[in-house]
Write a protein that binds this ligand. Sequence first.
Ligand code: SF4
Length: 403
Amino acid sequence: MYERRQTRQISVGKVPVGGATPISVQSMTTTKTADVEGTLQQIYALAAAGCDIVRCTCNEQEAAEGLAQIVPRSPIPIIADIHHQYKMALAAMEAGVHGLRLNPGNIRKPEHIKAVATEARDRNIPIRIGVNGGSLDPSLYEKHNGLTAAAMVESAMQEMAYFREVDFDLIKISVKASNVPLMVEAYRMLADATDVPLHLGVTEAGPPPMGLVKATAGIGALLLEGIGDTIRYSLTADPVEEAKAGRQLLEALGLRERKNVDLIACPSCGRAEIDVIDVANRAMKAFEDKKLPLQIAVMGCVVNGPGEAREADLGIAAGNKRGHLFVKGRNVAVVPESEMVESLVEWAEFIHEHGTEAAIARVDTARAEREAAKDRAQLLDEKGDDANNAGEKIVEIRRTVGQ
Ligand code: SF4
């Protein structure tokens, strides 16, 4: 599909980042880090949703002390987010974190930056240089006449130069901005300038759905160019939503092995025999916690549904108050409309265990096809080819315009 950019490989705890290793998903806890149990609860929920690496704020001594208790009990590596005090970075390393995030716009004294990098070098702990458009070093803002991609890249390169002065190179970089084209431009420039692994994100993307759209536009565009080694959705939402979105984006782009259902559904139209939105939502809910790596279709009518979703492992299409189940486009069973979602779940579990061929072999497909053909014919009879009444509308338009 595209060639992945070659980067150096580092490791955040047990998770490799960069090189040819899988692109990882990150998120950040929203609890007070001093609240050890609350933070761990959120970390476990994030890990279950597909998060590979989690970041916790380390803004005060209590947070660092919390990290000392959280790190040994966390199922995934922990990165400490350092704000303005370099001593918190030293404290977080003492607590045992697997990585740090430093914002060059916040910690500016070269001796502080080098003190942190020296300690990280000695402890073999990677650091992300996390440039943020909103908190760019004011001198760079002035030099570049405002926030530009070049200014953000220069900020990252300056920080990297300090790190290299003390022989520290366990680095990854992010240049996040809330403006999507600006963020994309900055990452492209950075990808040309260095081979360190890149952490992608659109900062302050906002609440869903707008935040999801912005983050997906920026992160997805770069991933499709082969840029990016680890990603984070920054949403104004429960962080579990961030982890889910990150995982789903990687799965949709074929960059991560699918572990959950890929639910596809038709957009519905005048031919729909059911409330497609309702059935699709109920199906999503029913499959949410099931680890079934299958593509499952919910289609509004049996006239076009089975054909349009013939690539899906399993699907259901409505017709004449009945649900027509199909496996790889082959009609396999007819169920009452009220049992559509339950039947999908039952068939999905069977397919996951035995495969699609076994599912087709266990039923009389000829009978199911006859039933589907009967409903299809009846629907075509009732609604004709033009279920959306486009013909009638065109006649009306011509009459209106002609008047
Ligand atoms: S024709 Fe049928 S399958 Fe296609 S959008 Fe309309 S209801 Fe859905």
